[in-house]
Design a protein around this ligand. Structure first.
Ligand code: SF4
Length: 581
């Protein structure tokens, strides 16, 4: 009975439905607690106060909150809508700054917002009560407190199927042994290993065990490094979604019962078919790179080393460069065995991640979406993408509406001429048109962000991307880019810049923050300072300037091959490389 009331409350779509549960004598205490501390409807809170089952201390909390909630539904609705529509921290800061912002809305922001800057802004609003200021202070401290846990849900609920079918713990394991799973001394591959079997192979068990023991496994170094300098990490974003409770319930050696922990989050990369050949990419992730890779090698047959584990040979067949070692490695998804695995796991899946190759041109990706819609699983599944936005077929927009939600990371590393230079052969006019289609779609389900890979090529230019994005005022694309730092190849890492250039970068970013303060507000400037400070700390945390000669050679070779010019597109970097021997 209690469970069903809790479920009714969680599924309620109106104030009336919530009030009915709040007034039910069998309403569980945890639901009453939730209502009296957090619900913003006076009708619901009043029903919970009057419920004879409500303990007096909880009723007292409700009585204190009640006066702050009153106001007609018509008065409250526009504010609720405004908050609901706000896409980013900046939008919510603007709401929290408004002197007409009602105290009940400030209370929601203070108690629930995940951004310390939003909470701080709400705290400083003249309408905020002393009691709320007190709560705000402790929430700010809580939000800024470093996280000392070593847990991450990923080794418990997730697997990655790589472009060649190899199975991997997580795409963020970019240090040896790269999260690559092995079975009987060989790479565990979807062709020879079931997904359930993979989830208890030695490597993933070892990772779970180390997390339970409070250790920071070296394979996850990228997450730890990013968190240390204040950059976002996949671990933290996954903890926000899946929480940190329950993940330790495993055998001491890290074994899990795969029924207790079904695979809920799958990263599938259906081969390397791609329509771009980005400078930081290669033939394992992009089919368009295969020919260039062979040409750049200067040999008849080139060798491509896949995660230090498997060698693929590339050579010309019928005048076309092709991968000749196990070419069927890149077609595993056409086999029945893969679709049987999907059948077995689809009902548990709540999140799917698709990335390069390019999912928007991949027919197997389309086939999987159609399968999930047809079987009725789609409405419980969140789709996540990284897409280069070169060609998004209109039918995808229709399919996406059938899913619970869709998040697209638009891989945009530059605007105007930078777009084509870093991610050729993309053309900015086409990209912008496709971004506008997505950004102004008005869809309730499909939300996107600009996902910039910050490298040595675009470290200054990222500020131009940021300004362009703010000017666009998209409704369905976040106003702030969800950037990440390029780690490899090392010579393209921003840490390879000479010290004097790094200092110029800092000056430019400072200038940007100052301009925001003058042209917008101190809060907005503070927000961007906090959001971008990790970029600068990361850049300064290591000196890789000895890699600049490699950058010079690699850039020249690719420029020559593709008829591009660093001097024309990024003159400041060309000047630096001119003086490198
Ligand atoms: S800590 Fe980071 S690298 Fe390790 S499994 Fe979690 S998300 Fe992946």
């Amino acid at each position: 009975m209690n469970n069903s009331l809790e479920e009714q409350f969680r599924n309620a779509t109106s104030e009336e439905q919530r009030a009915a549960v709040a007034g039910d004598i069998n309403c569980p205490i945890n639901v009453l607690d939730m209502i009296l501390n957090h619900d913003v409807s006076p009708i619901v809170v009043r029903a919970a106060i009057n419920n004879p089952s409500t303990p007096s201390d909880l009723a007292h909390i409700g009585q204190q909150r009640y006066p702050t909630l009153v106001g007609t539904f018509e008065e409250r609705k526009p504010w609720h809508d405004l908050l609901k529509k706000s896409q980013t921290d900046v939008d919510r800061i603007e709401i929290a700054e408004r002197t007409d912002c009602p105290v009940w809305l400030l209370e929601i922001m203070i108690k629930e917002d995940a951004s310390a800057t939003v909470v701080e802004t709400a705290m400083n609003n003249p309408n905020t009560t002393d009691a709320l200021k007190y709560i705000a202070n402790s929430r700010i401290q809580e939000l800024l407190r470093p996280d000392t846990s070593t847990l991450c849900p990923i080794p418990w609920n997730h697997l990655e199927v790589q472009q060649n079918g190899d199975l991997r713990v997580c795409c963020m394991c970019i240090y040896e042994p790269f999260g690559k799973l092995e079975k009987d001394g060989q790479m565990a591959n979807i062709k020879n290993t079931t997904l359930d079997e993979a989830r208890n192979l030695p490597m993933i068990k070892e990772l779970r065990k180390s997390m339970i023991n409070g250790e920071k496994h070296s394979m996850c170094k990228q997450c730890w490094d990013h968190e240390a300098v204040g950059l976002p990490s996949k671990r933290k974003s996954m903890l926000k979604i899946y929480g940190d409770e329950g993940w330790t319930l495993s055998d001491p050696d890290g074994t899990i019962n795969t029924r207790e922990f079904p695979l809920t989050y799958l990263d599938i990369r259906f081969g390397n078919l791609c329509n771009l050949a980005c400078r930081s990419c290669g033939p394992s992730d992009s089919s368009l790179w295969v020919d260039d890779y062979l040409k750049l090698s200067g040999q008849e047959t080139a060798t491509m080393l896949y995660y230090n584990r498997k060698e693929y040979k590339i050579t010309k067949i019928n005048n076309k460069a092709e991968i000749i070692t196990d070419p069927e490695d890149f077609t595993w998804y056409e086999q029945d065995k893969f679709w049987e695995e999907i059948d077995a796991h689809a009902k548990y899946i709540d999140r799917l991640y698709f990335t390069g190759g390019e999912p928007s041109i991949n027919k197997t990706h389309f086939k999987l979406l159609e399968y999930l819609i047809e079987k009725g699983y789609s409405k419980h599944i969140t789709l996540e993408y990284n897409s280069n936005m070169v060609a998004i077929p209109e039918k995808l927009y229709g399919w996406w509406e059938q899913f619970e939600s869709v998040g697209i990371g638009c891989s945009i590393d530059g605007i105007n001429e930078y777009a084509n230079y870093i991610r050729p052969p993309s053309e900015w006019e086409v990209l912008e048109k496709n971004l506008d289609r997505m950004g102004y779609s008005g869809s309730e389900k499909v939300k996107a962000s600009i996902s910039t890979t910050i490298s040595i090529y675009n470290i200054f230019h990222f500020l131009e991307i940021t300004k362009w994005l703010l000017d666009k005022k998209y409704t369905n694309i976040d106003a702030v880019a969800s950037f990440h730092m390029l780690e490899g190849p090392e010579y393209m890492n921003v840490q390879a810049l000479p010290l004097e250039t790094k200092e110029l970068v800092i000056q430019e970013y400072e200038k940007f923050f100052d301009e925001l303060e003058v042209n917008h507000s101190r809060k907005r400037s503070l927000f961007f300072r906090r959001a971008f400070s990790g970029i600068l700390t990361h850049m300064m945390s290591k000196d890789l300037s000895d890699k600049l000669p490699k950058l010079k050679i690699a850039t020249q070779k690719v420029d020559e091959l593709r008829g591009q010019s660093l001097a024309n597109t990024i003159p400041w970097l060309a000047k630096i490389l001119e003086n490198i021997g």
